[in-house]
Each structure stands twice: as structure tokens, then as C-alpha cells.
Design a protein around this ligand. Sequence first.
Ligand code: CA
Length: 222
Amino acid sequence: MRILLVEDDPSLAAGIRLALKPEHYAVDLLADGRQAVAALKGDEPFDAVILDLGLPGLDGMQVLEAVRRRGNRVPVLVLTARDGIDDRIAGLDAGADDYLIKPFQVDELKARLRALLRRSQGQASHVLEARGIRLDPATHSVCCREAPVALSRREFALLQEFLSHPGRVFTRDTLTRLVYGWDEEVESNAIEVHVHHLRRKLFPELIRTVRGIGYVMDKPPS
Ligand code: CA
């Protein structure tokens, strides 16, 4: 899962990134409202946005309005120090999916984010299950046909993307962005290597290569 964090307070941003790191999310940080609108305009894949309201450039509410006006439905969790009910109503009208009032506990942020991602993917439970695989984002555990499987952080993140979107063909580039975000040096064959490991640790036919494009986890036969 790839998260865009838009927060101009460097220490809070660092704290949130640190808290989300063990969750296997790729977290990209921007500190300016205009940059956030630009990032959400292109074809950058993000699974969710954590958006501060008080930002330089454009404030969070303007960012949200601009993003929703273009029809982008990415789930947005708003962070705000202003706890006035008027702000909350305005935020929900502008298309925020959830709210967190500063200061907050990072555990609450993590739980809200998991709920947001789950809702956006239409899942009743946070556990992802398909093709005999069971992945629990809350405990970072994976089982294949009831047997626990140890995965690296990147393998886990990649598997989570496939299980969240059965039948979707991902390009290698999209998967690289989803798993690594912007600011990491990535070997050009990193995704191929992770897919190879997932096939070996789980089972070979789980992830199908789509020649010239990328990879897909086929929907389970109905
Ligand atoms: Ca701020």
C-alpha cells in the first residue's frame, strides 16, 4: 500500500513515517498543498492520502476540493488541529473520508488508515483472502493453505497489492511505485525478484506474467 502524507510539520511528519514503517506501507511525504495537488493529478498511484489542513501553498481543504473536482476518489484521512465542528462538516462536504484531531495516538492513526483502506476496497474484514492465501495487515502475517509463510517487507507489500486487486494487471512501474514510493533507489529488476520469491514461497501459478506489461493475480475461479 502506498500512502501520500501531506504534512508541513517536519517532526510530526517524521513521527508518522516512523509509525507507518512497520505497517509495510510505502510513505511519500510532501509539505506543500500545491505539490500535493500536482502529485495527485498525474498517474501516480496512491492507495490513500493523509492530509494536514494547515499547509503552505494551498491549504488542505483546497487540496481536497481540487482533487475531488477532478473525480479522484483516493481515500483521504484529514489531520487537523482545529477541532471546531464547522471545519469537520466542511471537510466531509469537501470529500474527506475520515478525520483525526491533533494531537492523536499513532495507534489510532494506524487503525483509522487500515479501516479506510479496507472500506475503499469494499472489504468487510481487514484480512485479505484469495487463492488459499490469507494476509492479515494488522499482524503482518501470511498463511498459504493454512501454513505460515515468512515474507520480507517488500514481498508482503507486493502480495498485499495483488490480493487487494484480484484480476488487475499491474505494470512493473506501477508496482515499483506502490512498493517503494519516490525516494528509494530501486534496482530495475526489483519487482521481478520479489515476484520470483513470492511464487517460490507461495505457489508458482499465483502470479501470472502478462507479457510486455507486467503481472496479475487472477481472480479465484467462481
Ligand atoms: Ca500544518
